[in-house]
Design a protein around this ligand. Structure first.
Ligand code: ATP
Ligand code: MG
Length: 379
């Protein structure tokens, strides 16, 4: 039986609906459920009418694909009408509605993703998904080559689920099909590629998946600028926290600006990667003054992220987290008060005093810095 807040209320309105896909898989695997998707033989209008009659708010989020979103107890549930593929071209599919559960299951990608479960807790497992889940096998529903040619994103989805569920060797048919059709990933939109790479990276242990991506030739196609799997392996071996950008910073090599442009990273993402890849000179032997100097330029989370690239240094991290960020106590207006006219000279003096303040370990007071500014002016 699948338990999730609000689900029983939804089932009271749509008793013929079943939970499908990831929620069935993850509940069988004993993993926590992030969200719950359902399918139903009702067409979207009927489903919405039923929800409205039960006073459940619904939003037509994807009517063309048969999806409505129901809002129950603050939870969002996607309810999709059963579908079958009419036409596929490797990137898009034309679908038609059906009332046949097995037809809907057979267009799903992997056996572990093709199960459904009804209100009474009955599992519908048309392709041996439960056995594959427990054996740690990610296997395509149907012929791997055909399924990949329908939608090349499935190559990357394979690695996403491989990274999460595989125990032991990968499915040989899947690997052979991926090797054959690997150029298909070049047709995918970069947003989808980057989003899949991120999901692979946050799996508990993505290394085996990345090795397989390398040997099948997929990794060089999705990251032509370069990658460093050993560096990521080292980071994970150090037991760094599971953080997508920490892992991406370790994996990606090459100029971040051109990677960002190619993979269409957001500005925030590109900035974080660039910053976290910046080598740090901070070692565990750093003095308190060294720490303050580093913190004057970068905040503690940034310095901690950078330190993970070099080692697992719990003491250094604790000290960084506990040290207040020093703030340079002099501003331009302090200098105008001392009679320096507005202009580039102010910046130069400030920079010189700041260097002096840093050299002294960031402890000089406002008064000390003012005095130092006066000295600088006199010189
Ligand atoms: P996650 O926990 O990563 O969200 P998920 O199984 O929910 O896992 P989604 O990408 O959210 O994965 O997709 C939901 C379900 O829809 C999948 O379990 C699968 O049944 C089906 N699905 C999604 N994308 C595809 C695809 N490209 N080809 C075939 N089936 C797909
Ligand atoms: Mg999902």
């Amino acid at each position: 039986m699948i338990e999730f807040p609000g689900l029983n209320i939804l089932w009271a309105a749509l008793p013929e609906a079943r939970v499908v896909g990831g929620a069935v898989r993850d509940s069988l695997a004993g993993k926590p459920l992030a969200d719950v998707d359902l399918a139903s033989p009702l067409n979207p209008d009927e489903a919405m009418a039923r929800l409205t009659a039960a006073r459940i708010k619904s939003i037509p989020t994807g009517l063309a694909h048969g999806t409505v979103t129901a809002l129950v107890e603050g939870q969002h549930f996607e309810i999709t009408t059963l579908r079958r593929d009419v036409e596929t071209d490797g990137r898009h599919a034309v679908v038609a509605f059906t009332d046949n559960w097995q037809e809907d299951a057979s267009r799903r990608d992997f056996t572990i993703n093709a199960m459904s479960m009804d209100r009474a807790g009955t599992l519908y497992d048309y392709f041996g998904g439960e056995a594959d889940l427990h054996a740690g096998v990610v296997r395509f529903v149907g012929d791997a080559k055909t399924r990949i040619a329908e939608d090349y994103l499935r190559i990357l989805r394979f690695f996403r689920f491989f990274a999460r569920y595989t125990i032991g060797a990968p499915d040989a048919a899947a690997v052979a099909a991926i090797e054959d059709l690997r150029d298909g990933v070049l047709l995918l939109s970069t947003e989808r590629v980057w989003s899949e790479i991120k999901r692979i990276l946050v799996a508990q242990s993505p290394i085996a998946a990345l090795h397989l991506m390398q040997t099948t030739g997929v990794l060089e196609r999705v990251l032509p600028q370069g990658y460093d799997v050993p560096r990521l392996t080292t980071l994970i071996t150090r037991r760094a926290p599971v953080d997508v950008y920490l892992r991406a910073a370790a994996l990606l090599t090459g100029d971040i600006k051109s990677i960002a442009a190619r993979l269409k990273l957001s500005n925030d993402e590109a900035e974080i990667l660039q910053s976290w890849q910046t080598p740090t000179a901070l070692q565990p032997t750093a003095s308190d003054a060294d720490l303050r100097r580093a913190l004057a330029d970068s905040d503690a989370p940034t310095l901690i992220a950078r330190s993970w690239m070099n080692g697992n240094w719990p003491d250094l991290r604790a000290r960084l987290a506990a040290t207040p960020r020093p703030v340079f106590p002099l501003q331009g207006r302090d200098l105008t008060e001392l009679g320096i006219p507005q202009g580039p000279r102010i910046g130069k003096i400030l920079a010189a005093v700041r260097r002096w303040w840093l050299d002294g370990g960031c402890v000089a007071s406002h008064e000390d810095c003012r005095a130092q500014a006066l000295l600088t002016i006199v010189k």
